[in-house]
Design a protein around this ligand. Structure first.
Ligand SMILES: *[C@@H]1O[C@H](CO)[C@@H](O)[C@H](O)[C@H]1NC(C)=O
Ligand SMILES: *[C@@H]1O[C@H](CO)[C@@H](O)[C@H](O)[C@H]1NC(C)=O
Ligand SMILES: *[C@@H]1O[C@H](CO)[C@@H](O)[C@H](O)[C@H]1NC(C)=O
Ligand SMILES: *[C@@H]1O[C@H](CO)[C@@H](O)[C@H](O)[C@H]1NC(C)=O
Length: 268
């Protein structure tokens, strides 16, 4: 074989290897996280979704459940650091007035890389003596952040929290990977799982394929999902308002089917 041919072959091999490696680094999707209860577990994916896309920032969506006092575009916007008018527009509701309790609200945010993680920053002023990183993350922010992420980004020890302190709250969000973008995915929505949800019921809620949700979160069909944990929903366009599918409670056949496909679990 001629030297030039050999060199060409070696060169091609390197190009192929390089392309594979660089492709892999942007291909990996996110890991579903259900370890939010132990604030000291040091699992890196509890700090946020990895900044693994070619996009360093993007528009993204979060889901939030209205509950007093966070039951209007103004108060939810204040808590989540989002424009009330954009919240009203995304949910097709009025800028003013209250939202019925337990309505699922879409929150548009500008998501960006902060170190190794995608996040959307907001801040929260402690107002109660019994607030901890865990209660702020789980109860106030409904799991949109974790105590691990908050502790990593605030300098106060968890026993030194006092009323009036302003805490950085990194909310979980993510941008589509190159694979997702190639498949037509434009946005990722961080959906907070609630009682009775299953991957198939969530897929139905957003009109997407269950498999695309499994892939986006590195889950398999056998995986369990838990309330108060986030799951990413890949969307091919802007989400329409979230309409809870109401199952008739009197239809026993329906109930049977529902409990078969739904996962009711707590703890791990
Ligand atoms: C995202 O940033 C752009 C440019 O600063 C701004 O116009 C837009 O309103 C922001 N979107 C949200 C949801 O905050
Ligand atoms: C997390 O918050 C929810 C309410 O948002 C609450 O029902 C649940 O008990 C909390 N979990 C823990 C372990 O406190
Ligand atoms: C978000 O906050 C972190 C510190 O917690 C900071 O490093 C980062 O630059 C902030 N991101 C934006 C977009 O402001
Ligand atoms: C908590 O506060 C005490 C007393 O002000 C201080 O000595 C300690 O270093 C603080 N710990 C952390 C982790 O901030």
């Amino acid at each position: 074989m001629e030297t030039s041919t050999l060199l060409y072959l070696i060169f091609s091999l390197f190009v192929v290897l390089f392309l594979r490696i660089s492709h892999l680094s942007v291909e990996a999707q996110q890991t579903y996280s259900d370890r939010q209860l132990n604030c000291y577990n040091n699992i890196n994916y509890m700090n946020g979704y990895f900044c693994n896309s070619v996009q360093l920032s993007c528009e993204a969506y979060l889901s939030f459940r209205s509950n007093f006092p966070y039951n209007s575009p103004a108060t939810i916007g204040l808590l989540l650091g989002s424009e009330p008018s954009l919240i009203a527009e995304a949910n097709d509701i009025s800028n003013y007035g209250t939202i019925p309790t337990d309505t699922q609200i879409l929150i548009p945010v500008n998501c960006s890389c902060s170190g190794p993680y995608y996040q959307y920053n907001t801040s929260y002023k402690l107002s109660g003596r019994d607030e901890t990183y865990f209660t702020v993350a789980n109860n106030t922010y409904q799991g949109l952040t974790t105590c691990q992420a908050m502790m990593a980004q605030n300098s106060y020890g968890d026993r030194n929290l006092t009323v009036g302190l302003n805490l950085v709250v990194p909310l979980r969000c993510a941008c589509p990977t190159s694979n997702q973008a190639a498949a037509g995915i434009e946005y990722l929505l961080t959906y907070m799982i609630t009682w009775g949800d299953s991957v198939s019921s969530i897929a139905e809620l957003f009109g997407v394929e269950p498999q695309s949700i499994l892939d986006a979160n590195q889950l398999s069909e056998e995986s369990l999902i838990f309330p108060f944990t986030p799951i990413l929903i890949p969307l091919k366009g802007r989400p329409s308002t979230i309409q809870r599918v109401r199952r008739p409670v009197f239809a026993s056949v329906d109930m049977g089917a529902a409990s078969e496909t739904s996962i009711f679990c707590i703890g791990a």
